[in-house]
Design a protein around this ligand. Structure first.
Ligand code: AMP
Length: 402
């Protein structure tokens, strides 16, 4: 029987999953990938072969009370019916915040869940949804090994200074510092740099993870030394609906002068800002691009997004002491040639020159000339979770055997 593992990435009304074979001694191999969406309402399930061809699809009517628990139980039974020759060995979860406690993936037990629960206030939009399936599996499939893989862990290599805010010491001691996120994505990019150009793996690289969430990471020899996200997933670049960095004084203004409650202010900053807030139209870059010629607010949202990315890249180049490569990844980074072109145009001072034809074709190398190279590299967070889950299980088994 080939052991398989499920990788889960749960949101408020959706669960994305991938199923990997774990052949002995080789890289985990994707078998199926899919999605439950509309959970709690009219739910829909779709699963595809690794190559992308549709394999199965089911819809539930809105009155059927089909939530996260029903989805996970459905997935396990779907797997049983289709997993000929395979055995479910573990479940790996994406968990956005590991705080100071977890600098590596961890096998879940009750103590781990308790520690992760305490981090909910640091990532209120994501952490509760990430923990929900962990609890469900613990209750419904007791004994199933589960591994939590963190978006923060990859950044623990940063220096104390890079992670510090200029706040009183007591606050630092309470854990108020920069954690950084998108670490599973940066881990993947770091692991494949050598396949694109060995000099990147040994050099100074800025990775731009530009999706609905967006951040930048400075990699020195593949290791994170700085990132734009901070204490929460709000900091840094403007995102689909999140504001990115704002002067903390704005928050006091919202509370004191605009009389918003903390919850209302939080909702504005997390869900009504960013591309959506500036454009008043959409958080979706495709919609903004389609309207930018005629809608000045859509154009303004894109311009601010590009301006902030370019400025923050400058900051990370300073932290790295130079630049050998720039990598674009995630939904916008991988697909929006116009954003890549506009960012590179703003980096002429750093020696970057766009190869227009290569950029239109999607890369992988999209720069010309002798300066730093720019690349498009598709990210694969799920593969990192699969690798980490297997690694964590292997470590536990090795410990038990010794
Ligand atoms: P992600 O969170 O990584 O799935 O990225 C979502 C973002 O990628 C959204 O803003 C989408 O509009 C954007 N995106 C996806 N495909 C394209 C595309 N072909 N062109 C421009 N933007 C895209």
């Amino acid at each position: 029987m080939i052991p398989v593992l499920i990788v889960l990435n749960a949101g408020s009304s959706s669960v994305k999953f991938q199923v990997f074979d774990m052949p002995d001694g080789a890289e985990p191999r994707l078998v199926w990938k899919g999605l439950y969406e509309g959970l709690g309402g009219a739910a829909h399930f779709v699963v595809k072969h690794a190559g992308g061809a549709n394999l199965d699809e089911i819809s539930w009517a809105s009155g059927e009370d089909f939530g996260h628990e029903e989805a996970l139980m459905h997935l396990v039974s779907w797997l049983r019916q289709h997993q000929e020759g395979r055995r479910l060995a573990a479940i790996g979860h994406r968990v956005v915040h590991g705080g100071e406690a977890f600098s590596a993936p961890v096998l879940v037990d009750d103590g781990v869940i308790q520690t992760l629960d305490a981090l909910v206030p640091l990532a209120p939009l994501h952490q509760p949804h990430n923990l929900e399936p962990i609890r469900i599996v613990r209750r419904r499939l007791p004994g199933m090994p589960q591994v939590a893989c963190f978006d923060t862990a990859f950044h623990q290599t940063q220096s104390g200074i890079a992670r510090m805010f200029a706040l009183p010491r007591e606050m630092r001691e309470r854990g108020v510092k920069r954690y950084g996120f998108h670490g599973l994505s940066y881990d993947y990019i770091s692991s494949v740099l050598k396949d694109y150009d060995p000099r990147l793996a040994e050099g100074r690289v800025v990775v731009a993870h530009l999706g609905n969430g967006a951040s930048l990471c400075a990699l020195d020899k593949g290791v994170s030394i700085a990132t734009t996200m901070g204490f929460s997933a709000l900091d840094g670049l403007p995102m689909g609906t999140r504001c990115g960095a704002v002067d903390a004084g704005v928050v006091f203004y919202m509370l004191r002068e605009m009389k918003l409650s903390p919850e209302e202010a939080e909702r504005v900053l997390y869900t009504k800002s960013g591309l959506l807030g500036v454009s008043g139209l959409s958080n979706d870059m495709r919609v903004l691009r389609a309207n930018a010629a005629t809608d000045t607010d859509a154009r303004r949202a894109i311009d601010l997004f590009v301006y902030r990315i370019t400025r923050e890249i400058g900051s990370l180049v300073a932290a790295l002491g130079g630049l050998d490569g720039l990598v674009f990844t995630a939904g916008i980074g991988e697909n929006d040639a116009a954003t890549r072109a506009e960012v590179i145009a703003g980096l002429a001072w750093a020696g970057l020159t766009l190869d227009e034809a290569a950029n239109r074709a999607g890369g992988p190398r999209i720069s010309a000339g002798p300066g730093p190279a720019a690349w498009v590299v598709p990210t694969n967070e799920e593969l990192v979770i699969a690798r980490q889950t297997r690694g964590a299980l292997g470590a536990v088994q090795a410990k038990l055997a010794s």
